[in-house]
Design a protein around this ligand. Sequence first.
Ligand code: RIB
Ligand code: CA
Length: 308
Amino acid sequence: MRRKVILDVDTGHDDAMAILLAAAHQSLDLQAITVTAGNQVLEKTVANTIDVCSLAGISVPIYAGMARPLVREPLVSDFIHGDSGLGSVVFPPAARKAEAEHAVDFLIRACLEADGDLTLIPVAPLSNIAMALLREPNTKRGIKEIILMGGSIGVGNFTPAAEFNIYADPEAAKIVFESGVPITMIGLELTHQAMVSPEVAEEVRMIGTPVAHLVTQLLSDYGEAYRQLMGFSGPPVHDVCAVAYAIDPSLIETTPMRVDIETTPGLCYGRTVCDFYGITGREPNADVALTLDQRRFWPLFVEALRSY
Ligand code: RIB
Ligand code: CA
């Protein structure tokens, strides 16, 4: 059975690669892509999503969503993703547009029509998902699970305490984590195991297709940003990990945990407070990712790119 999924993005570099994997793998039935602001402003994240899909020949509908977080002031991650959101990559003019329907309205409609078999894969701030749950509480009945890229058990990457997708809309994250919907949290402890090595980057480059050339450019940009800012040896493809888990959960070891979101302004604003040792005795509300099976992850990623 193919898994029905909706991917929610703020297309930046790793979102683009997550889109390519989700659209290519035969085990996923990618119904649509919804877009929110995050890495860049909504106008740019929507344009980037359209450009990537146009170049790759991905025809699933794209819906523009929230242009800003629920409460906090908007922010972008331009120091990693650049002014365009996709670094220095230049695309040919795209011949398609986003759908007229707002992403939140679409998410509600899709979830209400689903009979509990729809997986949402948000790899962006949770503004669209939270707004759908707020506007129509019955939305959650159609959702089988939410596999989200976001948060961390330990340190953050946007502040010392918070990971970007959560920090960009903590109030939205609180709504999602307290919704009662089954959640798998693919946080930084997992995604930092998915740093692209020079060998994998070369394997992608050697594919030699327009999509492979796009990903090679993205990896070069993204890698340089991570090298300069965090001293990483290679770019972590955060968002790809969430899609990989949807394809094959055996790729990632998880453990049930209570996760709460800090929404009090201050040093820990936007932190995913993970009760790793069960100290609070509170019922777990998420399966938190711990270990990535890299031996099987990288071939999955490269073979999907080879299929374009
Ligand atoms: O912290 C990593 C997350 O922030 C990824 O989703 C990346 O695309 C950025 O949005
Ligand atoms: Ca993202």
